[in-house]
Write a protein that binds this ligand. Sequence first.
Ligand code: PHE
Length: 445
Amino acid sequence: MNKFSRLGFIFAAAGSAVGLGNIWKFPYITGEYGGGAFVIVYLLCIVFIGLVVFIAESYLGQTSEANVSSTFVKLSKSKNSNWKYSGFMVFGGLIILSFYSVVLGWILNYIFISFASLPESSELAGSYFNSLVSQKIELQIFFHTIIALITIFIVLRGVKEGIEKINLILMPLLGLILFGLLIYAINLDSFSKSVEFMFSANWNKIDDNALLAALGQAFFTLSLGTGTILTYSASLPKNENFIKSSFYVGIVDTIIAIIAGLIIFAFLFEAGAKSSAGPGLVFISLPVIFQQWGVLGNIIAIAFFSALLFAGITSAVSMIEPLLMLFIERFNMTRRKAVVICGSIFYGLGIIALLSMSNSFKDSLTFFGKNAFDWMDFLTSSISMPIAAIMTCIFLGYFVDKNKIRDKFTQHAPKIVFDIWYFLVKYLVPFAIAILLLNKIGVIK
Ligand code: PHE
């Protein structure tokens, strides 16, 4: 098997982590929950839950060097073959990819709009975005097709030639664009307001919903609970320090989310716009602001949406790879065949997702009050990802030989790091996630 290089792994894992979650979702939920206090809760979730699970997945992958399903069987004390069902989590990645590709399609569409015709008022921006989602089915399918083809083309080339290469190109580009946008934002009068919004705590809006949103975001942004980090770590060279690389990825992911927030809020405040515009923030509020800045605005808009696109593509490839690896190893498929099968599934589901928001099809694609797009999001972010994370922790805490884990940890870090991590994995994290999960699906209140 072709492995990542050390740097290749860090770029690929960071590429997976940094995505629409950082640049689109994090700013808008931070805005909805009133800023600074939410950022603090989010950071706590990243450190005490997200990183713990990240290190857990990375340990499992690097130790087993296998797909998700075989990893659990291979590393369990009893070698119980029922652990193979843990492979369910990789389908989460494929389902996320279905609607993620649709959103990336919108972004691609906005890159074209940025060249010429940015909307002149919020009404126009709102009606453009709404008509894109509710009426322009062919256009959405067209862009979803392009994104699907790009993703398929990259993963067809494999871990080293496809995934590592694209990350080594797109991640530095993304860094460069964000750096440029940050410099521009720093020079705006509203930058200090943006800093204040992101870092001064206002606890009024922090309730259990905020807590759930912060935890869900921590999972989503670190690509946890879909087998992505486990699968990538299976291609991490054997003697590399998986603890250090996990910290690097966590730090990069957090810094990028914060920078994206600072940039976006500076833009919004500069134009006197609201910070709580929700999901439409980057598709409705920002384009109008860019429009007001003339030609410079066009350039900034192109840069901004390209950053989103690059971040998203490197995440998209990481959502499909766990299932590919499982098909290749367990069912002896060629990569090509696995890509064709998985590619067709997510492409088809993506079309269902986008149709479920259109005026013509939404009635037939809405079930129990949620359309197919929202169901895909709910079933992954709220159900399969947290369940997978709980299972990963319980597995490591109770079904794997503790001495073996300790030995591997202490090769790379002082024993105290292992002790703290193991305590969190065994006694705290799975139960904390379970309580929040039950709360979210309404079992406890
Ligand atoms: N972490 C990615 C983001 O922030 C999303 C993702 C989720 C990637 C699950 C892989 C697996 O956009």
